[in-house]
Design a protein around this ligand. Structure first.
Ligand code: ADP
Length: 491
């Protein structure tokens, strides 16, 4: 079994250099965690203006000239904090512009995104093939989301020996769909443009290409991997994903256990741990003060931190809030998004002064204080590929109530007689995204909240769970090993 594997991690974002979503966090954390396990993981990413500005020490590795794209340079650098080696694609015409990685300042997709991420995909494929200009040999090419989806297609048609590929889907909603004629412009052969290839309803889809040609597929939780094979959550890709059922698995993301540690979190006015919980009660008291909630130590305080969108189920929170308040609970909500839902939440706060606080906006510090100061965390997402807040809340001893979907189903152990007895219970889960089922789950939580011995045990269970990147990285390591074992020529 190969232990010292070389992994090329191809991505369009990495925190803190370029971030629009969770992919950036994974791209920063997973390669670093893989390196700690002894793998040689290196990251390939575009040299956006802000990436080059942050890495003035970047050194030229190799210069190339490619049909369609022209002159390109690869630069070598390392991530400032983790020291993860980076291979940066320098192409001023494509990447050195103001705006986000995918859009201009007015929120329009860059019209040449097919060229920009076609180049990223093509170079990922080149570095993973026998004709790579680098001395570093790639064992596995790990592609992420549509921006790197064409790489497995390029490798399929390259006609040279190449590393096997893993395609990870972080966000199935974005599929990189472009006009049919871009296929030829990007140098893919005409035969690739078919249902058994990169074609998707008459267009070219980068994501579909990756899902079709990669050797293995993953998404960010086992339950979500199952759910996306069905129409409701499959974003039109469910048929293909069903056909690739045997190649598709789910690995839950880790969390940053340094940034989210109640024993040292700089955003908290007090600190606490599973062994010494008194700080948590003080934080609750200070949070009630900060948010204008009545200073009642015993009132169960429900927390919500979320983008406010139909996906996240804030309408369900609105639906059950009056009953929660009636039972003596308080609500602390932080988020922003959908203006209709935001307005309804503001109204809720003005209907129940001292009992409901709604802060519209993005506030990292307050997010940490709510995670620490609340007793129960609400996360009724309609779908949730992985989710982070339910993991943060368990680590902070704030028991989550979650809809049993995606990563929520995989990371929260519902409190039942069995799980309470065996010490695995760490929250509450409900099956259908309806106000009735949600309310019943919160009532189960409240029934245990008034039992200090049980509640203490539950909190401890949650706080002791392992949500580290190391644990996720070990699963990726095992998957890479199994891909190589399958790929190895039969002796
Ligand atoms: P998603 O990525 O779908 O928004 P996650 O639960 O995976 O949901 O991650 C959300 C992240 O964003 C968490 O780190 C959460 O604490 C943070 N977050 C969301 N909304 C806010 C907000 N209004 N203020 C501060 N942090 C927020």
């Amino acid at each position: 079994m190969k232990t010292k594997m070389n992994i090329l991690f191809a991505t369009s974002e990495i925190y803190p250099l370029a971030k629009t979503g969770g992919l950036a966090d994974v791209s920063a954390a997973l390669p670093a965690a893989l390196r700690k396990l002894g793998l040689d993981a290196r990251v390939l990413l575009p040299g956006y203006t802000q990436v080059l500005a942050a890495l003035p020490e970047a050194r030229p590795l190799v210069s190339l000239t490619l049909p369609t794209h022209g002159a390109v340079r690869l630069l070598s650098a390392t991530m400032p904090d983790s020291g993860v080696p980076l291979i940066i694609i320098e192409h001023a015409g494509y990447f050195e512009r103001s705006g986000s990685p995918y859009q201009d300042g007015s929120g329009q997709d860059w019209p040449d995104n097919y060229l920009r991420f076609g180049l990223l995909s093509q170079l990922a494929a080149l570095l993973a093939s026998a004709t790579s200009p680098l001395a570093w040999h790639v064992d596995i090419l790990h592609c992420n989301d549509w921006q790197t989806g064409l790489a497995p297609a390029y490798l399929h048609f390259s006609g040279t020996a190449a590393a096997p590929t893993l395609m990870t889907v972080h966000n199935l909603a974005y599929q990189g769909i472009f006009a049919a004629d871009t296929c030829a412009l990007l140098g893919l052969p005409p035969e690739s443009f078919s249902m058994q290839g990169v074609e998707y309803y008459g267009n070219l889809s980068f994501l579909k290409a990756g899902l079709f040609y990669a050797d293995q597929l993953t998404t960010v939780s086992p339950t979500y991997a199952e759910e996306i094979q069905h129409e409701t959550l499959g974003f039109g890709m469910h048929g293909l994903l069903q056909s690739r059922h045997d190649a598709l698995t789910g690995i839950v993301n880790g969390i940053d256990t340094d940034a989210w540690n109640p024993a040292s979190d700089p955003h908290l006015p007090r600190h606490y741990s599973a062994a010494r919980m008194t700080g948590k009660a003080v934080i609750k008291q200070l949070l009630q003060q900060e948010l204008g909630l009545n200073p009642l130590a015993d009132a169960p305080l429900f927390g919500v931190i979320s983008r406010i969108t139909p996906q996240k189920g804030q309408d369900l929170v609105l639906a059950i809030a009056p009953q929660l308040i009636q039972s003596g609970a308080q609500l602390a909500i932080l988020g922003s998004g959908d203006s209709v839902l935001e307005l309804a939440l503001r109204r809720l706060a003005s209907t129940y002064p001292g009992k409901v606080s709604v802060v519209i906006g993005y506030d990292e510090g307050l997010a940490h204080r709510i995670e620490a100061g609340a007793d129960i965390f609400l996360m009724p997402s309609r779908f949730e590929p992985c989710g982070l807040n339910q993991m943060y809340s368990q680590r902070y001893g704030t028991l989550p109530v979650v809809h049993r979907t995606g990563g929520l189903a995989d990371t929260v152990v519902d409190a039942t007689d069995t799980t309470l007895a065996d010490g695995s219970a760490s929250g509450f889960a409900f099956d259908s995204a309806t106000p009735g089922a949600f309310l019943t789950a919160t009532q189960r939580a409240l029934a245990l909240y008034v039992n200090p011995v049980q509640w203490k045990k539950l909190r401890k269970n949650g706080m002791q769970r392992d949500f580290s990147w190391e644990s996720s990285a070990r699963q990726y390591q095992a998957l890479y090993q199994s891909i190589l074992a399958t790929d190895a020529p039969v002796a």
